[in-house]
Design a protein around this ligand. Structure first.
Ligand SMILES: Nc1ncnc2c1ncn2[C@@H]1O[C@H](COP(=O)(O)OP(=O)(O)OP(=O)(O)O)[C@@H](O)[C@H]1O
Length: 241
């Protein structure tokens, strides 16, 4: 699939300023500022109920009750924890949903091949494993050639092995396509495996920003990885010693 070579890489793909969102008297987002650069992967980490999913929904345009200013420069696509495939449509038709043009079936076939499901296009969602269904959800996002992927715990419902495979898939697709990603996760290891930067959401704001200076072939066995993991777990109030 063609990457967007013409895109201006100096313009951020996402900027958000002073984003607030309350539910009744509870202010869940209290003035969030963040920027995601082109091609960058940013993990959004925070405790349960800290507002990660709320923020992602706002940025994805799925919540119109928030205040503040946020802009996606380019095309964004969202992948949720649940695959959200329509059960009455075959895998390929789920990927094709909302697309137009004469080459839709070729684009869909290419996207399915890229997630390793070239031969499953005619399958019904109920015939797919959890991991396969989530791959179809990734293909549905990929086929839109996004500049930014918004990922809300995309592998959270998968078993540990499938999760590792999906993380590898995301890394490969990111290298091939060059999209930026904002990844909501509460898995510190996942954040460190995938992200260039980790943002900690706490008290309704980005309370801390941690650059992840690890190489592309990073491993949890590296001392620097372990040090960052301890720092993040400590910040999240999880004892490590
Ligand atoms: N539609 C809603 N109505 C009322 N309260 C809501 C609604 N959506 C979210 N909240 C509240 O906002 C807070 C943040 O929720 P959110 O789902 O964004 O947290 P999270 O950080 O993604 O949590 P988790 O990691 O457990 O998924 C929670 O207290 C939640 O109860």
């Amino acid at each position: 699939m063609a990457t967007r070579a013409a895109r201006d890489l100096t313009t951020p793909v996402l900027t958000a300023r002073a984003v607030t969102r309350s539910f009744g008297p509870t202010e869940v987002l209290a003035g969030v500022d963040l920027t995601v650069a082109a091609g960058e992967t940013v993990a959004l980490l925070g405790g349960s109920g800290s507002g990660k999913s709320t923020l992602l929904r706002v940025l994805a345009g799925l919540d119109d009750a928030a205040d503040g200013a946020w802009t996606v420069h380019g095309t964004a696509a969202v992948v949720f924890q649940e695959h959200r495939l329509l059960p009455w449509k075959r895998a390929a038709d789920n990927v094709a949903l909302g697309l137009g043009g004469p080459d839709v079936s070729a684009r869909v076939a290419r996207a399915l091949a890229e997630v390793g499901l070239a031969d499953r296009g005619r399958a019904w969602p109920a015939e797919l494993s959890g991991g396969q269904a989530q791959r179809v959800a990734v293909a549905r996002a990929l086929v839109r050639e996004p500049d930014l992927l918004l990922l809300d715990e995309p592998f959270g419902a998968l078993d540990a092995l499938t999760r590792l495979r999906m993380q590898g898939l995301l890394r490969r697709l990111r290298t091939q396509h060059g999209f930026a990603a904002l990844l909501v996760t509460h898995d510190v290891e996942e954040a460190l495996l995938l992200a260039d930067r980790v943002l900690l959401l706490d008290g309704g704001i980005i309370a801390e920003e941690i650059p992840v200076h690890l190489g592309p072939t990073r491993s949890p066995d590296e001392p620097a990885f372990g040090a960052l993991r301890r720092r993040l777990l400590d910040r999240l109030g999880v004892p490590t010693a």
